[in-house]
Design a protein around this ligand. Structure first.
Ligand code: EPU
Length: 416
């Protein structure tokens, strides 16, 4: 299994482009199931999660052509509306085929995603919403079986803000008869990106970017060409990487408007930030100040940036309190950071991180995608070499990570 070796202590400097957003690309690729016409998706990142989803769509009969960052999909006929456990277990986002399949085929059999390292992560809200739209759903032997004579618009009020839940219901509602209102909808920029793609395909959606989405169902969607938004979490991760090393970098092809909470925290930590329409420049101070972070649904501070900020606090001046409110078990990186010498105390969903004068390289283990990103950030500061094991987690969400870090001057190599 691949490992990443990082020798810390180099100040990152230079310019790199941001890739297309994983969490926008995944639902947008699934939207291809909603039409028999071709959907051409641009700016799709090369990531393991994208490969997994394309393999799943291909099994369903979707014709797929890929040329660099452009993927052309055509779901002329769906041969099997099924998502088997083998694929769903490697990537929870496979649940995103559920809404489109029920809407288009009036049936779907999708494996329950089950728990994962960051928490139990049920999909009850996806199921409840589909039932309200007129699907009959039963869960049997670990599979969700959904059927419907045809979806009908309804007023949906999920009990909590769910990103993929909102996306699934939004896609289903596009082909439902009548109007659907999704209240308490997730406002994450990736949800809006999907909504804009659906509009390009002929969907009628109001309230994009707000917590109330109103969808007037149409009888069919058509093909379209759509460009996936830049990855705000990748952007934030490289900004943290530069910040911890006292460096200065410029990220291009970015969308600074989608990461205001993160940029504000970096400024609070002492970084100088400049932004333009599609770029971000960060200049870090010699030593960061510790910051408090409380994760929340968008536009709050993203849970997907929590581990990277915990890494920043480990070497900052003072101490920071980190509260994780989205997932119940998303502090696995803390024990690995402690292996590098970090001072972190955990109590339930709160971590108190007191900055230390130095971290020392060690062998650490990646446990999930963003935890791994936190370890990379810390390793860039640690004295000597850090070996990060199980980096297949990183490959799920960061395109060419060693190449991009290398371009900024980091001493990083992949051990195969
Ligand atoms: N939840 C339920 N029931 C549901 C759905 C969600 O209880 O039916 C709970 C979850 O267990 C969690 C909370 O609601 O405690 C929020 O979960 P949400 O559904 O919003 O998460 P998700 O849609 O499964 C997406 C991203 C995650 C990101 C979260 C939160 C994708 C493919 N995944 O997950 O990204 O952390 O939103 O912003 O969009 C990552 O990229 O590393 C990643 C984990």
């Amino acid at each position: 299994m691949d490992k990443l070796a990082i020798v810390g202590g180099v100040r990152l400097a230079g310019e790199i482009p941001v890739s297309g957003a994983k969490n926008a690309a995944l639902p947008i690729l699934c939207a291809a199931l909603l039409t028999e016409e071709p959907l051409e998706v641009e700016n799709v990142p090369h990531l393991r999660d994208v490969d997994t989803l394309l393999a799943l769509l291909a099994r369903m009969g979707v014709a797929i052509e890929r040329e660099g960052p452009t993927v052309r999909l055509q779901a002329k006929r769906i041969v099997s509306p099924e998502a088997p456990y083998e694929l769903v277990k490697t990537m929870r986002a496979s649940i995103l085929v559920l809404g489109p399949l029920v809407a288009r085929c009036h049936e779907a059999v999708v494996s329950l995603p089950g728990g994962c390292a960051i928490g139990a992560r049920p999909v009850d809200q996806h199921i409840k919403g589909l039932q309200a739209l007129g699907a009959t759903v039963r869960v049997e032997h670990g599979y969700i079986h959904a059927t419907t004579p045809g979806l009908r618009g309804a007023r949906l009020v999920p009990d909590l803000v769910t990103v993929t839940g909102t996306e699934n219901l939004l896609m289903a509602a596009c082909l439902a008869e009548g109007t659907t209102v999704i209240e308490n909808a997730a406002r994450e920029p990736e949800v809006s990106d999907l909504a804009r793609c659906l509009v390009a395909m002929g969907a009628d959606i109001d309230g994009i970017g707000t917590d109330t989405l109103r969808v007037r169902g149409v009888s069919r969607l058509h093909g379209a060409r759509y460009r996936v938004m830049p990855d705000r979490i990748e952007t934030g991760t490289y900004l943290c990487a530069a910040a911890i090393t006292g460096g200065g970098i410029r990220l291009t092809r970015a969308d600074p408007g989608s990461l205001e909470a993160v940029l504000a925290k970096l400024a609070e930590a002492g970084c100088r930030i400049e932004t333009g329409p599609d770029w971000v420049v960060l200049q870090a101070p010699a030593r960061l100040r510790a910051v408090d972070v409380r994760t929340a649904p968008y536009p709050g501070f993203p849970t997907d940036m929590q581990a990277q900020f915990m890494a920043l606090d480990t070497v900052a001046e003072g101490s920071g309190v980190i509260r994780e409110t989205i997932f119940e078990n998303r502090f696995m990186h803390a024990v690995e950071l402690q292996r590098l010498g970090a001072d972190i105390r955990i109590d339930g969903n709160t971590a108190v991180v007191t900055g230390v004068a130095r971290l020392d390289g060690a062998a650490v283990m990646a446990t999930d995608l963003r935890a791994s990103a936190g370890l990379v950030v810390a390793a860039l500061k640690a004295e000597g070499e850090t070996i990060i094991e199980r980096i297949y987690h990183l490959d799920r969400g960061y395109e060419r990570i060693e190449e991009k870090l290398g371009a900024l001057g980091a001493q990083v190599r992949r051990i195969r």
